[in-house]
Design a binder for this molecule. Structure first.
Ligand code: SF4
Length: 260
C-alpha cells in the first residue's frame, strides 16, 4: 500500500493512553526485556500495544530477521517502509518479494510529500549539497506523519553496529512513544544463524559488497571485510544517521543510533 503524502505540516505524535506514565513504562519494559529473546520482546510489545504498535523497516541488508520474527507474532503488524524515491531498484524488488514470502499484510510505502519535494528538492539533487535536509524531507517527515497513529514502534537497530548504538536500550522512550529494539543484543553470528535456520532470502546487493543498503546516492559497496557494517553509508561525510532516531522536541533527550 502506498502512502503518498501531500501535507507539509507534521502533526505531533498522538500520545498513547499511558502517555503521562510512558517513561516509567519504558523503563519497566526495558528492565523486564533487556536480556530476552527478540521473539519474546516482540510478543510483549504486541501484547502491550496491539494495533498501536508499528514496525519500521528499510528492507535492507539485515531486515529479513526482524520481519520474520514479527511475522510470527502477527502478520498484520503495520510495517512502515520509507520509500525515499532514492532507493535502489533491488530494494524495491526485495521489499515485494520478502513481504510476500513472510505473508505480511500491511506494509506501508511512505513517500515524501509532493509539496516538500517541489519546494525543497525540485531537481532531486539535494543530496549533493545538504544530506541532512534531504533526509529530513524524504525520511524524517514521512515517518513522523505515519507514526502519529501509533503509540509504539519497533526498529532493527543493533549494538554491534557500534558508535552511539553501543548504548542502545532494548526499550526506550522516544517523544511520547515507546521504541522497541528487539535485536539490540544480537551480533552478526546470531543474525547469520537465524537467517540460515529459516532460509531467509538475502538482499540482492549484499552479494555485490553492500553490507548495509540505503539510498543509492549515499550508499557504497565496502571492500574491507573488517570495516564497520555501515562504512558504506554517507562514506566520506561526518553524517552517520538520517535523523529519524534523533529527538526533535525541545527538552527531550536524544535517542541513540541509526538504522531501521
Ligand atoms: S540517504 Fe541520501 S538520498 Fe536518501 S534521503 Fe538521505 S541524503 Fe537523501
Amino acid at each position: 500500500m502506498a502512502y503518498d503524502q501531500t501535507a507539509t505540516e507534521v502533526k505531533p505524535p498522538v500520545l498513547g493512553k499511558g502517555a503521562g506514565v510512558q517513561p516509567t513504562l519504558a523503563a519497566r519494559l526495558d528492565a523486564e526485556l533487556r536480556d530476552a529473546h527478540p521473539l519474546t520482546i516482540l510478543r510483549r510489545a504486541y501484547e502491550t500495544f496491539g494495533d498501536k504498535l508499528a514496525l519500521v523497516s528499510s528492507f535492507g541488508a539485515e531486515s529479513a530477521v526482524l520481519l520474520h520474527l514479527a511475522s510470527q507474532v502477527s502478520k498484520d503488524i503495520p510495517v512502515l517502509f520509507l520509500d525515499t524515491g532514492m532507493l535502489f531498484g533491488q530494494t524495491l524488488d526485495y521489499r515485494k518479494q520478502l513481504a510476500a514470502k513472510l505473508g505480511l499484510t500491511d506494509v506501508r510505502d511512505l513517500r515524501p510529500a509532493f509539496a516538500d519535494l517541489a519546494v525543497t528538492d525540485p531537481k532531486s539533487d539535494l543530496w549533493r549539497t545538504d544530506t541532512d535536509a534531504c533526509c529530513h524531507i524524504r525520511k524524517v517527515l514521512p515517518l513522523d506523519r505515519a507514526l502519529g497513529e501509533f503509540d509504539a514502534w519497533t526498529t532493527g537497530r543493533k549494538r554491534f553496529h557500534g558508535g552511539d548504538r553501543l548504548r542502545l536500550a532494548v526499550v526506550e522512550q522516544a517523544e511520547g512513544q515507546i521504541k522497541f529494539n528487539p535485536l539490540a543484543n544480537w551480533g552478526k553470528a546470531e543474525l547469520e544463524a537465524y537467517v540460515a535456520e529459516h532460509d531467509l532470502p538475502a538482499h540482492p546487493l549484499v552479494a555485490q559488497g553492500f553490507p548495509s543498503v540505503g539510498c543509492w546516492p549515499c550508499t557504497k559497496a565496502v571492500d574491507d571485510p573488517n570495516a564497520d557494517v555501515r562504512a558504506g553509508r554517507w562514506a566520506g561525510q561526518d553524517k552517520t544517521e538520517c535523523g529519524i532516531h534523533v529527538a526533535r522536541a525541545p527538552g527531550v533527550a536524544p535517542t541513540v543510533g541509526e538504522g531501521i
